[in-house]
Every structure is written in C-alpha cells, then in structure tokens.
Ligand binder design. Structure first.
Ligand code: PLP
Length: 393
C-alpha cells in the first residue's frame, strides 16, 4: 500500500488544474507582454487568473502580484518593506515559528543593519498579542506573522496582530500558505497589508504564488528587469502556472466546509488511535486553533528520521519535524520555541492529511506506526533506562 500523508509539504496537482494549464504550453504560449494576438491571448488568460484570485481574496485585481511561489512572496514582503522604509525605522518583527521563507530574509536584514524581534509563542504555538504590544516601537516598519503554521498547524490571531501593528504605524504581512487550503481569506476582514499564498499546497502547480499588496503600500522590488507585474516584479510571467494557481484556488473554495470536515475526521481518527495505542507520546500544537489536516507527535526515546525511513519503507510518506528542509538533523525551531525539550523534539513527525486520503489508509498508517515505534524502542538504550525507572525527561 502507498499512502501520501505529507500534504503540508505539497499536494498532487488536480487533474482539472492540469487540463486548464495545458493549452497555455502548446497553443496559448505567447508572452503576456507581447503586443500581437499570441501575446494578447496570454495576457487575457493572465488577467482572468488575476480576477479569479482577487475575487476570492476580496481585493482589486491590481493588488495581486504573481510570483514564483510562497518563498518569493515572503522574501519580497519582508525585505521589500524593510528596505523601502529604512529611513522611517529599522525594526522588523516576525514570530519565532515562521517558515524559513521569512526566517532567512529576517536574518539577512539583521546582517544588514536591521533590528529583528522574534515573538515568542506559548506551549501550543500561539503568538499572544501582548507580546507584539511589548515588542513594537516607533521604529517598527513591518510585522510578519503566519496565519497557520506548517509544522503544527496552529492558527494565529492575525486580525488582532494586524490591528496592533497598524495602531503603531507598521505594516502587517501574513504568510497564508498553510491557511489558504482550509480557510476563507478575505484580506479586508483580515486587515493585512500584504498576504502570501502558494499554488502547490492547494492542488495547484509548484512554482506558483501570489503576493497581495494593498493599494498604496510601497515596497522595494526584489527582482529587477522588465516591466512585468506593473513594473514591480520582473520576469516573463509563467502563464500556465498562474492559470493553474487560479483554477486550483477556485476549486478549493467549492465544498470547502465539507472537505475540511472530511479531512478533520481522518486526522481525529488518527489522533484517537495514536493516543490510545502508543505510549510515551506528546501531541504538538493547539487542539482548538488549528487547520484540519495536521497531526504532529513526538515519540519519546526514538529518532524522527528512523520513524520516517521505516514508514517510507512501508510506502507511507510523512515529514520529520526535526529535520529542516535542508535535510539537516537540527531540531525543529517551531517545537523548540514551543518549549518541547530537544531530545523529545528529535522524535517528532508531522502527518498531514488531504482530501484523497481514506480511513483505511489512516488505519494502515497507525498499524504500521505502532510496529515501528515498538521496534525502534526495543533498540533504544534510553527506553531501556526508562523501563528500569532511572530516566526522566
Ligand atoms: N510559507 C509556508 C508556511 C510554507 O509552508 C511554505 C512551503 O512549505 C512556504 C512558505 C514556501 O512556499 P513555496 O514552496 O511556494 O515557495
């Protein structure tokens, strides 16, 4: 049996999305900036895609900027605003559990003379508004806090955070890459000035993303060159990918509540079984405020990579919470920020379910997982000590 339970990493491209994209590779292949009929056809497809995205996000089409993905959009938002507003102030605030697409540009800003504050989270991964109130000052130009976290799925009180940022004259950016698959996002209601989304987490193509930039918000360009994207983001636009992103977003809004309920029922069944049948575990995240897809567990006395490899050997695809995207064995910065002890964080796994998973697959994962954990623990000296009663976590 082959089971894919890594939807927070990426999703399969929906067949209807592929069909919508195909004509723009072979027939409508014009450059959307060319003046001839081929170009005009591509420009029309791009304009339609922009309209679709704008309608769903509740904004004007000229506030939608197509990018190569969530990473580019995050980089652009953070660096673009910080650099543009340098004369006003050099302070940037992010949360300590952001994706590396925000953490790394924040480090770059720090190396280039900016002050960066990383907001703490509580043990369930929530950023408390009081922490922002305490950190923000007259020099803060941008606050960036993700809507839903990619490792534990925790949802942040972004509306309140945006209000605080605005009260102090700062802009507010939110990375909605993990929220958009499950939540209706209206940028007006959210109060965000900049919003990131990505195509490949919503059954769309990889290499597609959007940065919403509220009209009137000014930021430096990240990519310079030609005059594409109203001269703000250079490079021939990837028309098929943006058509695909818009189609995927449109499809994801159909029966959103039912799909969420279904995915949550898979996750809940998984969690009930894991919690009842596997001892010495820790559930990471907030059980009330979270997206329906993610279950993150630390399995004490074992290494996440061992679990991941043995699950893979049995046809099951998941992510290890302790290995970052570079494949290093560094502990997860998200779990550490939540106060999970290093040794426990090393045994963490993220399971993320999707609309194509079945209960039968979930049962297969739990049955396999149980065997793997007990096998790994039988080889663990730490577990031996625990059984002997001399080990304390
Ligand atoms: N932000 C979050 C929260 C993510 O989970 C990801 C992808 O894993 C990204 C940003 C990066 O998006 P992309 O893969 O489209 O560059």
């Amino acid at each position: 049996m082959k089971v894919y339970a890594d939807h927070a990493a990426t999703t399969p491209c929906d067949e209807r999305v592929v069909q919508a994209m195909l004509p723009y590779f072979t027939e409508g292949y014009g450059n959307a900036n060319s003046l001839h009929a081929f170009g005009r056809d591509a420009a029309k497809a791009l304009a339609d895609a922009r309209d679709t995205v704008a309608k769903i996000l509740g904004c004007h089409p000229n506030e939608i900027y197509f990018t190569s993905g969530g990473t580019e959009a995050d980089n652009w938002a953070l660096k673009g605003v910080a650099l543009h507003k340098r004369s006003k102030g050099n302070h940037v605030i992010i949360s300590s559990i952001e994706h590396h697409a925000i953490l790394t540009p924040a480090e770059w800003l720090e190396q280039n003379g900016f002050r960066v504050t990383r907001l703490p989270v509580d043990s369930t991964g929530i950023v408390h508004p009081e922490a922002l109130e305490e950190a923000i000052d007259d020099e803060t130009t941008i606050v960036s806090v993700m809507y839903a976290n990619n490792e534990v799925g925790t949802i942040q009180p972004v509306k309140e955070l945006a209000e605080i940022a605005h009260k102090h004259g700062a802009l507010f950016h939110t990375d909605c890459v993990q929220a958009i698959p499950y939540m209706n996002i209206n940028v007006e209601e959210l109060g965000a000035d900049l919003v990131t989304i990505s195509g490949h987490k919503i059954y769309g193509p990889k290499g597609s993303g959007v940065l919403y930039i509220r009209n009137g918000v000014k930021l430096d360009k990240l990519i310079c060159g030609g005059g594409q994207e109203r001269s703000q983001r250079a490079g021939t636009v990837n028309v098929p990918a943006m058509v695909g992103l818009a189609k995927a977003l449109e499809l994801s809004r159909v029966d959103l509540d039912e799909t969420n309920k279904y995915i949550a029922s898979l996750r809940d069944h998984f969690e009930q079984r894991v919690e009842a049948e596997i001892p010495y575990i820790r559930q990471n995240g907030n059980k009330q405020h979270r997206v329906p897809s993610v279950a993150n567990y630390s399995f004490e006395f074992v290494e996440g990579e061992g679990i991941l490899m043995l699950l893979d050997f049995n046809g099951i695809a998941v992510s290890s919470g302790s290995a970052c995207s570079s494949g290093s064995l560094d502990p997860s910065h998200v779990l550490l920020a939540m106060g999970v002890p290093i040794e426990v964080s090393h045994g963490s796994i993220r399971f993320s379910f999707g609309k194509h998973n079945t209960m039968q697959e979930v049962d297969y994962i739990v049955n396999t997982l149980k065997q793997i954990i007990s096998r790994l623990r039988s080889m663990s000296p730490l577990f031996d000590l625990k059984k002997g009663g001399t080990y304390n976590v």
